[in-house]
Design a binder for this molecule. Structure first.
Ligand SMILES: *[C@@H]1O[C@H](CO)[C@@H](O)[C@H](O)[C@H]1NC(C)=O
Ligand SMILES: *[C@@H]1O[C@H](CO)[C@@H](O)[C@H](O)[C@H]1NC(C)=O
Ligand SMILES: *[C@@H]1O[C@H](CO)[C@@H](O)[C@H](O)[C@H]1NC(C)=O
Ligand SMILES: *[C@@H]1O[C@H](CO)[C@@H](O)[C@H](O)[C@H]1NC(C)=O
Ligand SMILES: *[C@@H]1O[C@H](CO)[C@@H](O)[C@H](O)[C@H]1NC(C)=O
Length: 399
């Protein structure tokens, strides 16, 4: 017991210069997620593990969890992270540069991510997973106010929030040549509010691009106030059409979007917030929830059978990824939250220990095969998982 403690303090001392946190795992009994002594006090603006309770056993588990990177609520989470999970610091800057997207490009062994902006200098970054080098890609036209993204069949798609002069759009980048074009930027001559995130769905030999549009453009670089109602859109390159497929009555402020590995289910996060910039503009109102929804995709590629499968404990769910077994991973204020396919929260990568600046949030991340890439603002971490959670197949028409 004592020698373990001594060892722990030595480890803390040696890693303190990089980060003050520990690669510890704390398992929290999942019954505590719904039952505590009646005099508990929790605050929706803090994390669950900040809840106070007069049960001293539980209080000390929560205290330990606050210091831990890995918080487990289910043995399935422990299986994913393996017996000795260790975060590796890949990059650290004194500016918040690793925020959005989190696009795995399997054939290049890269993860692309972005820094959205409020001053016209948003950036796209590429992490080479083999060398841990981070660089800025060269593109044939500028990528203006980049946000979410997806890789599909040799092309990196990045959403652009637009500026006063440039309409919000979706870019297609050939990562080999840097050749870049605009895929969509208008609905019959009307600007989008700000495409936020994008995904591609395969059906037979055809493929379809789905993207979320929300009212963010007006907050970036003088973008115009949005006029179109927020929606999820489907672009069909086979029939050259663009069709709204989820209304704001179903998802008030659609943000993250992705498809299941079997291409049959669409997942969307709603970043309805009660305060801050996201509560302003056309998306404002109280009918939305900071929630994750899934839909079945019918034969005509319409999302049907809406299901709610989670509400962010704190803040909003932003970027999301669905792994090969149907687990849903989301960037939330508590960190990266993993739910099983039935919606149970099985674990959290605790942002209190990975973010250098607690006034910032985890918004997105990448699942690159067996590697989790954490986009923590000023820091990029990688974590080798126990096995491959996402295989590359979904990103190619045929493989
Ligand atoms: C995890 O451990 C590694 C290796 O000791 C260290 O470099 C890293 O900073 C630690 N991460 C955290 C979040 O403590
Ligand atoms: C929750 O925390 C916020 C921010 O610290 C504070 O303003 C608020 O009063 C707290 N609410 C309760 C019920 O304690
Ligand atoms: C305190 O929590 C522990 C662990 O969950 C439990 O075994 C114990 O019964 C609790 N004590 C009280 C008074 O509820
Ligand atoms: C960040 O680093 C750059 C280059 O080293 C420096 O010019 C800048 O002042 C630093 N900013 C802050 C906020 O420390
Ligand atoms: C897909 O394309 C292949 C090759 O052109 C063709 O043989 C096959 O019939 C097509 N499948 C469908 C569902 O259209």
């Amino acid at each position: 017991m004592y020698s373990k403690l001594a060892l722990l303090s030595v480890l803390i001392a040696t890693t303190a210069s990089v980060a003050s946190c520990k690669n510890t795992t704390v398992s929290v009994d999942s019954t505590l997620s719904y039952r505590l002594l009646p005099d508990f006090e929790g605050n929706i603006t803090d994390n669950f593990i900040d809840t106070t309770t007069t049960n001293s056993t539980v209080a000390s588990v929560f205290a330990a969890a606050r210091e831990a990177v890995f918080i487990s609520y289910d043995p399935e989470f422990l299986e994913i992270i393996g017996p000795n999970p260790t975060l590796k610091l890949i990059a650290q800057r004194n500016e918040s540069f690793a925020i959005e997207a989190g696009v795995w490009v399997p054939d290049r062994n890269e993860v692309w991510f972005t820094s959205p902006t409020v001053d016209n200098v948003g950036s796209v970054w590429v992490l080479n997973l083999a060398t841990s080098e981070v660089y800025t890609p060269v593109t044939s036209i500028p990528i203006i106010t980049p946000n979410g993204g997806y890789y599909f069949n040799g092309v990196v798609y990045i959403t652009g929030q637009g500026t006063a002069t440039d309409a919000p759009c979706i870019y297609a980048i050939d990562p080999a040549t840097g050749h870049t074009s605009i895929v969509v930027n208008s609905y019959f001559g009307v600007r989008f509010g700000g495409p936020n995130d994008v995904t591609w769905v395969k059906r037979g030999n055809n493929s379809y691009m789905f993207f979320t549009d929300d009212p963010l453009s007006q907050f970036y670089s003088g973008g115009q106030v949005d006029v179109l109602p927020d929606a999820v859109w489907r672009y069909d390159p086979q029939t050259q059409s663009i069709v709204p497929v989820i209304s704001r009555a179903d998802v008030l402020v659609p943000n993250g979007i992705t498809v299941s590995a079997d291409q049959r289910k669409l997942f969307v996060t709603d970043t309805t917030a009660t305060s801050g910039p996201l509560s302003q503009g056309a998306g404002a109102g109280n009918s939305g929830s900071p929630a994750i929804y899934s839909f079945d995709l019918d034969d005509d590629l319409f999302p049907i059978n809406k299901r709610m499968l989670g509400i962010a404990r704190r803040g909003v769910p932003d970027g999301l990824h669905v792994d090969d077994t149907g687990r849903v991973w989301t960037g939330e204020y508590e960190g990266i939250v993993v739910r099983n396919s039935k919606g149970k929260v099985i674990g959290v990568f605790n942002s209190e220990t990975t973010l250098s600046d607690q006034s910032t949030r985890v918004e997105n991340f990448a699942l690159a095969g067996d590697t989790l890439v954490l986009l923590d603002g000023e820091r990029v971490w990688t974590l080798k998982l126990a096995y491959e959670v996402v295989s590359p197949d979904r990103y190619y028409i045929s493989s």
